[in-house]
Unconditional design. Structure first.
Ligand code: 6PG
Length: 249
């Protein structure tokens, strides 16, 4: 489902509501809520909303478990750290037990950090299918999502849950949850805003399948829900004749 919002604020409000609903539903069903957070600037608005009333008061924070879908290999206090962004926008302001916050160890060697996080995730899911209750994703103008970059080896990964990613045009290595793992989530939510994303969003949603150029196309939950929360400017080129596919809000 593609939901088209007037602007970033209404989109972020809807994403925060979705978080609250998913959290309550998962906690009622299984006693805990596991969420894989995104980096990037778009989700930070959602995190900031969740950190304040009224949303803050609607989430059973002591039952929330926070993980990350990717990280840059930088120390935790580096401005490029996804963990740092989430802490500043959300985690420092809500009562989640510290042992339920699981950052990717960005200071380690990339391959070691990936193996270490995979071990952590295997323990976290404890022999059950690795199904996050919710995963946040963004979409970059170059078609990448999370740290699944065009033309990188991680796109072919089918065995590992977590892998290191060498991104030629960036100055840092990254660690990424792989597409097969992300696709096991119950709900995957893309947050996409701004005119600069219009072409790539159209290509990802309406174009032919070409996931080595547009890795976001790899995200297809096997037994879960895929939600695209986008704003009007980002959606300006998306084909939305089919009412069962798009909803304009
Ligand atoms: C990151 C991610 C990236 C991001 C997109 C969208 O920055 O951590 O690698 O996937 O989600 O680039 O970012 P914006 O939401 O800032 O446009």
């Amino acid at each position: 489902m593609i939901e088209i919002f007037p602007d970033l604020h209404t989109l972020s409000d809807a994403a925060a509501r979705l978080f609250v609903n998913q959290a309550r539903r998962a906690i009622e069903a299984r006693g805990r809520f596991s969420v894989a957070l995104a980096g990037g600037s778009t989700p930070s608005h959602t995190y900031e909303l969740l950190a304040r009333p009224p949303f803050r008061d609607r989430v059973p924070w002591p039952k929330v478990h926070v993980l990350w879908r990717d990280e840059r290999c930088v120390p935790a206090d580096d401005p490029r750290s996804n963990y740092r962004m989430a802490r500043q926008a959300l985690l420092d302001h809500v009562p989640i037990p510290v042992e339920q916050i699981h950052p990717i160890p960005g200071s380690q060697k990339p391959s070691e950090a990936a193996d270490c996080y995979e071990t952590l995730l295997r323990g976290f899911f404890g022999g059950r299918p690795p199904r996050f209750d919710m995963v946040f994703l963004g979409l970059d103008e170059n078609g990448h999502t999370a740290s699944l970059f065009p033309g990188t080896a991680v796109l072919e990964e089918r065995q590992r849950w977590v892998a290191e990613v060498d991104v030629a045009e960036q100055d840092v290595f990254r660690v990424a949850l792989t597409a097969p793992l992300l696709n096991q989530a119950a709900v995957v939510v893309f947050l996409v805003t701004g005119a600069a994303k219009a072409t790539v969003l159209h290509e990802v949603l309406d174009g032919p399948h070409d996931s080595s150029r547009l890795p976001a196309q790899l995200i297809r939950p096997t037994d879960g829900e895929l939600r695209w929360l986008v704003d009007r400017t980002a959606a300006s080129m998306v084909v939305h004749e089919a009412p069962e596919r798009t909803r304009v809000l």
